[in-house]
Design a protein around this ligand. Structure first.
Ligand SMILES: *Cc1c(COP(=O)(O)O)cnc(C)c1O
Length: 217
């Protein structure tokens, strides 16, 4: 599929859901993809990208940013506290705020640097033991604690369990966001982004449908 096709499918899903055109941000997830593929999407004018790892992003985005102004890069993967300082310098948005220790570290950095990326709290909607994220029943308290730390919390993020109907998870995330007065909803990937748009996603994270399969070999 192409970037344009994905954009068209998002526009159609927005229209079908009665949402404003352009109310969903498309994050092109460029992790593991060869630079030529990423560059091709940049040359088509797209400027919003997602990465999973600090190290990988550090190796690729400073150079791309010099050529392509206005690029914003979102961190989607887990962030170790010892890489938080580097991450704050590399990303416009972090979608993986998933524990109190990271919140405290980011708050300290924000104080010291006078700036902080926009943040999404990752919620483990499927309560999967191996998956990162705040449990749904702890989300309200965690959002409050983050606000008390003056962190710029813009919304919530989830990655539904692979073998479950994602709609239930999208609906749960939307409900938690609403009762906490949060507008941002980062949800939906290559296989389910249209469904996510219908549940109110403000950010969809689409990788392989744009760039092709990732080659981890
Ligand atoms: C890799 C990844 C994506 C993109 O997945 P695709 O299935 O390639 O669209 C989205 N979100 C997160 C958190 C990811 O790690």
């Amino acid at each position: 599929m192409s970037l344009v096709e994905i954009q068209e499918r998002i526009a159609k899903a927005e229209a079908e859901a009665g949402r404003a055109p352009g109310s969903t941000e498309l994050i092109a997830v460029s992790k593991v993809q060869p630079n030529e593929r990423v560059q091709a999407v940049l040359e088509q004018g797209h400027r919003v990208f997602g990465e999973n790892k600090v190290q990988e992003a550090a190796g690729k985005w400073p150079a791309f940013r010099e050529t392509f102004a206005g690029t914003s890069v979102h961190l989607l993967g887990p962030l170790q506290t010892n890489k938080a300082r580097q991450a704050v310098g590399l990303f416009e948005v972090i979608h993986s705020l998933d524990r109190p220790k990271l919140a405290n570290t980011l708050a300290r950095l924000a104080q010291e640097l006078g700036a902080c990326p926009d943040l999404f709290v990752q919620v483990n909607t499927g309560e999967e033991p191996q998956k990162a994220g705040i449990l749904p029943k702890e989300a309200d308290g965690f959002v409050k604690d983050c606000r008390d730390l003056d962190l710029p919390i813009k919304g919530l993020m989830c990655i539904p369990p692979v073998d479950e109907e994602p709609s239930l998870h999208f609906a749960l995330l939307a409900k938690i966001a609403e009762r906490n007065g949060l507008k941002g909803l980062s949800m939906g990937m290559s296989g389910d982004f249209e469904k996510a748009v219908s549940f109110g996603a403000t950010h969809v994270r689409v990788g392989s449908a744009i760039f092709g399969a990732r080659d981890y070999g």
